[in-house]
Write a protein that binds this ligand. Sequence first.
Ligand code: ADP
Ligand code: ZN
Length: 614
Amino acid sequence: MSTHSVEKKTHIDINALSLLKRFFGYDAFRPRQLDIIRSICSGKDCVVLMPTGGGKSICYQIPALMQSGMAVVISPLIALMNDQVQALQANGIPAAALHSNQSDAQNANVIDAIRHGNIKLLYISPERLLIDMEHWPENTNISLFAIDEAHCISQWGHDFRPEYTQLHKIKERFPSVPVIALTATADKLTRTDIATQLRLKSPDIYISSFDRPNISLTVKQNPGKALKIQAICRLIERYPDDSGIVYCISRKATEEMALELSIKGHKVAVYHAGLSPAKRDEAQRAFIQGDVQVICATIAFGMGIDKSNIRYVVHNNLPRNIEGYYQEIGRAGRDGLPAEALMFYSIADVITLRSFADESGQQSINLEKLERMREFAEAAVCRRRILLSYFSEPCNSDCGNCDVCLQPPLRIDGTIITQKALSAIARTQEKIGISMLIDILRGSNKSDLISRGYDKIKTYAAGRDLSAVEWRAYISQMLQLGLIEIAYDQNNHLTITNQGRKVLSGQSNVTLAKFLFDNKPTPKQKKAPSTKANADASLVSRLKALRKDIAKIQGIAPYMVFSDKTLQEIAIHQPTDKSTFAEIYGVGEYKTERYWEHFTRLIRLWKQNNIQGL
Ligand code: ADP
Ligand code: ZN
């Protein structure tokens, strides 16, 4: 029995691997993928938790190809369905979708193809499935059900969808067909809820690491608008052929940011819930096609964006919670190549977000979550460790790819700086907020300050040697160190704590991290483990242009032709004939046939020109 099952497994493994190469052009499975495939092929239900970009789709797409019949994939987003179907078709896999955004004629065509057994993967919305399922003949050959974004079933999750709660009917109607539930949401309540609600039969549960080591993490104290825009522009310019997202706190802020960036000559689109559906679709299309470099968006943007070559995600302000932050930065670097997450943080953000949380239905939870977010932003230890521990994932070493690891803060004696600030707070009877404090320290002559007589106090202009931005950074540290507090219930005035009083009276000293703001690229950018050699940038750029032309002609997104990583590999190996082209990462049989001539011709031309140019 045991030898038999070992042999069977080996057979499954070989078969799975050859399909992976043939249809997707990949040489190896990622951690957990093969285990999941084995479970499904042996008829087990599974719950799969993997971060965005982890490679969930392959886990059910390969079993769908291995088995007879049709796999049914339930997905909450029509845009996502069409993307996936197109991407599968681009690999030569017969896939189709059934949903309300298609014409009746289109849907009838799909149903006809299903009847003839011509579809291997069917994408369908939950409400449509529940209606259609009733009409399927008893002998319908279904290999598996995959439930994407499975956290939508849980009321505990952040994206509850009532139609998902009916999905337990699948098990009632098809008790012997395996169901695989997939999500990138990590929290424990949601995990158990998924299995219970779907009535899964002692499912195999697979939890992958949530680490995304290729995304570098940087948090900067907001250096003021001009420097901030400059930093974002540097980031955009570092990836001239690629794209990124800038998340802003409000609709208005997205528009202002877009204006700033377009003044600087960048191609920008705006996305927020206040735009008409047509405008939103247009922005999304332009972004996916690579017609714009940057999308300035509220958090309404991103769910269902399957673009693998997003190189950076900027948070213009502190996000509301770590879950949201992690999901948003997770949209970068899904292809595994290096990507950057840059966040700007200020105390003013905390004040704004606190008021949002106060007004929300779940005040105490939201305030607590905001507090954890703030701690992350202000941390002086490896940021990835904080994130992973937040998701209950053990981690015992520093990551080497966050700003704290790469540029450990420089410590200075901050006693005098702190005493100046504390003294100004004390001399104004703790009746001022951060902006007024900075104005006093810098000796501003704003009318509000003068009329209140603050220009007469001893500390007025005592901090002229530091810029307002530096003061903001140091005051923020004084808050972190517990020397002062913000009285949120009293107009956000600053108050001095007992610990602060000791500093003021000279009984204890303060060490601060020196404020440094350079807009130079982060040094020692860690390369993703997979990049072996450096690809020639000019060749990559030409390959991208070719990819874009092909995508336009075929009416699909450029990343569906080839991922950035595949283009990098083409640039490194420079294949000039069909067989070497077929060996490249991400090039399956179907794409070899379709594209080898175009790409190898470009390589040959490029080589000739390069030699001539020598
Ligand atoms: P998820 O749904 O988990 O967010 P996807 O299934 O979209 O992630 O996969 C993310 C990217 O990783 C895709 O470009 C996919 O083709 C790629 N990928 C998945 N599995 C592998 C693998 N075994 N080897 C190489 N690339 C892979
Ligand atoms: Zn780190």
